[in-house]
Design a protein around this ligand. Structure first.
Ligand SMILES: *Cc1c(COP(=O)(O)O)cnc(C)c1O
Length: 408
């Protein structure tokens, strides 16, 4: 299945068309470009069974719905179909409830986060267009994923992180071959440096939504969910929202699947989850606005969602509204408590951003925004191992007599 169905790119704000066979960044009005496919033709030539029978384990099985023209340009580090894990103990199921809470564990992807999906596609397209230097601002995971894929493809990479990015992420990025810089600012300050250096250095800007292909990579979360659930989408998806690539990408996937006739019925309600210390989308959504101004003094331990301003703000809010979803903010205290509780009771190690979705699920239930009859998917976007963990304080002296009663 090496078929190629891209027709053009389209400005997400004005609808203006752009050629797909040229290097593209943002549209003329400074908004994200979306990749469009000849869905009618795909519908005639490919069935969802053909996809299900694919021998490829991972996102390249969806190649007819992806923008890479030649299979030789696919850069791969062994992407997998990430598992859906039922939360058995940390959710109270009553016998009569038809609902279910599943965690899609994206921490199993290369570089331990779902940023691998977006950067896998972005770097493959960079290879297709023979770009030789990529740059990115990051809170950690995007930089690591870009470094890994770019290095694998033999492309130079430069990464800018806020100086308080978790140490493990910064070291990971550098270890994976990127020139790595710490900046005394937030991710939007790093983004400015990348943007302003474009002319002089000649690097390509791979910032969230500032090139068209990371969305297509994140779109595969929606395609994968549909296929995994036997083409029956869940009722509600809780997504930890930073730049919003995943939420926008999944919503795009669902609309494409619907047009292909591969899924039927109602599409999932999309819920944007943010941290109370950085909740621009929640605030704008609550105020009934489509754009979210810069959030001042952004703070949260959930670094992946510390994004004070998003170029795709209106796309996130539109997807939330079109799907009859909502936006909700969670405090850092709740996030950390939830992470520890779910790890302790279900053996499922969520990252703080993933824990925010679990807490959002619980809050939404208590606010009656959802019910116990809903089939829910929570996104655990990175491995819990990338974050600081509570210290172990129990000590044992091997030279003293051990009182085994204490282990009961
Ligand atoms: C990037 C990131 C997010 C936010 O994802 P977007 O699709 O950019 O909104 C959430 N959690 C983690 C761990 C991340 O790395």
């Amino acid at each position: 299945m090496n078929k190629y169905y891209v027709t053009h790119l389209e400005c997400s704000m004005t609808g203006k068309k752009y050629p797909a066979n040229e290097i593209q960044g943002l549209s003329e009005v400074g908004r994200p470009l979306l990749v469009r496919y000849d869905l009618e033709k795909i519908k005639k030539e490919i069935s969802r069974e053909e996809i299900s029978n694919s021998k490829i384990d991972g996102l390249w099985r969806y190649s007819p719905l992806l923008p890479v023209k030649n299979p030789e340009d696919r850069v791969t580090l062994g992407e997998i179909i990430t598992p859906l894990i039922k939360l058995k103990n940390s959710v109270n199921y009553n016998k009569e409830d038809k609902g279910l809470v599943l965690v899609k564990d994206e921490g199993r992807l290369p570089t331990g986060s779902f940023k691998a999906r977006g950067l896998c596609l972005a770097v493959s397209m960079a290879k297709q267009f023979k770009l030789n230097h990529l740059a990115i601002p990051t809170n950690g995971n995007a930089g690591a994923a870009m470094a890994a894929y770019a290095t694998h493809a033999g492309i130079k990479s430069t990464v800018f992180c806020p100086e308080d990015t978790p140490d493990i992420n910064i070291r990971e990025i550098q270890s994976l071959g990127a020139e790595t810089f710490l900046v005394n600012g937030l991710i939007n300050d790093c983004g400015k440096i990348v943007g302003e250096g474009k002319e002089e250095v000649g690097w390509f800007d791979v910032s969230t939504l500032k090139e068209p292909y990371r969305i297509e990579g994140k779109k595969t979360m929606g395609l994968e969910l549909a296929e995994q659930l036997n083409w029956e989408l869940p009722d509600i998806i809780f997504y930890p929202t930073g730049g919003g690539t995943g939420l926008i990408g999944m919503w795009k996937a669902f609309l494409e699947l619907k047009e292909l006739g591969w899924v039927k019925g109602k599409l999932p309600r999309m819920v944007a989850v943010q941290a109370e210390g950085c909740a621009p989308i929640v605030k704008a959504w609550e105020n009934g606005e489509e754009h979210a101004p810069l959030w001042k003094d952004a703070y949260t331990k959930a670094a992946g969602i510390r994004v004070p301003v998003a170029v795709g703000d209106f796309l996130i809010i539109r997807a939330v509204n079109e799907s009859k979803g909502f936006a909700i903010a969670i405090s850092d205290e709740e996030i950390m408590q939830t992470r520890d509780r779910v790890a302790n009771t279900d053996g499922c190690f969520l990252c703080p951003e993933g824990a925010a979705t679990m807490r959002a699920y619980e809050k939404a239930l208590s606010k009656k925004l959802i019910t116990k009859q809903d089939k829910v998917v929570l996104f655990n976007c990175a491995t819990g191992l990338k974050y600081p963990l509570p210290a172990v304080t129990n000590k044992l002296d091997k030279n003293k007599k051990i009182d085994y009663k204490v282990f009961n």
